[in-house]
Design a protein around this ligand. Structure first.
Ligand code: PMP
Length: 286
């Protein structure tokens, strides 16, 4: 691949894009990120991603290096320079390079490291998996207590994905105190008697930007939404299940820990929500 990568103000060929070995993200996972989908060359749900970036940076006391207008301009430049039609833009901001390793934060005037890169996914919105649905297994949620901050410490989600693969599934749902928190890289939902049930917002889960939009569209379409945690057993006896994320949009789940939901096919609520989300967010794309 020969992508153009953004590093601290420069647009570089990917093999020349480099950060320091002393970067806090490398040494301490001291950084945050955002992922914005691109469909037809336009950014999906972009204001939401910028708002969450600010929230994550504030939680870690890292200064936001750019205004919203600058972030938009950089994202658009990345779309243009990479001829990105469908895919994702990853944006990473770390606490920067203090020049040495130390647990204490470096002085506040240490410039953050800013990296953006793209992943091209032609036909991102026409995924084959949306037609068949995905299988999930459950694993214990042993992540830290501030899952609402979108940090780059993705080791356990990555391990979870491997546990799922080894078990012949597509992804894992994490469980704490017998209640499902979320998927390795997505928010989790079940549908029972037409009602959409998903865990409420707290420090236990990432506040998904896709979640916020999907719940808004669901309520606008007069669907009933209940924000509360659910158990694995309740999920296995639900009529349907699905996940949401910026890159998967709304994706049906058809099996949980080897138990098929309903007829083992994507259900009508997940299918409808995927259509509504894709239609509405394409209209609002910038
Ligand atoms: N939860 C976790 C743990 C995630 O990593 C993600 C995706 N980054 C989500 C939920 C979904 O968030 P969003 O809809 O903003 O992509």
């Amino acid at each position: 691949m020969n992508r153009t990568v953004y590093v601290n103000g420069d647009y570089l060929p990917e093999d020349q894009a480099k950060v320091s070995v002393f970067d806090r993200a490398f040494l301490m996972a001291d950084g945050v990120y955002e992922v914005t989908s691109v469909l037809g060359g336009k950014l999906i749900d972009f204001p939401g991603h910028l708002a969450r970036l600010q929230r994550s940076l504030d939680a870690l006391e890292i200064g936001n290096p750019h205004s919203d207008d600058d972030w938009l301009a950089i994202h658009r430049e990345m779309v243009a320079r990479n001829d990105l039609e469908d895919g994702m833009i990853y944006l990473q901001v770390s606490r920067g390079n203090p020049g040495d390793r130390d647990f204490a934060y470096p002085p506040a005037d240490t410039p953050p490291t800013v990296v953006l890169f793209t992943q091209s996914k032609p036909g991102l919105a026409d995924s084959a998996q949306a037609k068949t649905g995905m299988k999930v297994v459950t694993i214990p949620d042993i992540r830290w207590g501030r899952r609402d901050i979108k940090t780059v410490q993705l080791l356990y989600p990555s391990m979870g994905k491997m546990m799922a693969k080894k078990a012949g599934a597509d992804d894992a749902w994490m469980v704490e105190d017998e209640l499902v928190t979320e998927g390795t890289s997505n928010n989790a939902y079940i549908v029972k008697g037409g009602k959409i049930i998903t865990r409420g917002l707290s420090t236990d889960i990432l506040h998904g930007i896709t979640r916020a939009a999907v719940l808004r569209f669901a309520r606008e379409a007069q669907m009933e939404v209940e924000e509360r945690p659910f158990t694995v057993e309740e999920a296995q006896s639900a009529d349907e299940a699905f996940i949401t994320s910026a890159s998967a949009f709304v994706m049906p789940v058809v099996e949980i820990d080897g138990r098929a939901l309903g007829e083992g096919k994507p259900g009508p609520v997940a299918t409808r929500l995927r259509e509504i989300y894709l239609d509405e967010s394409r209209k609002a794309a910038i």
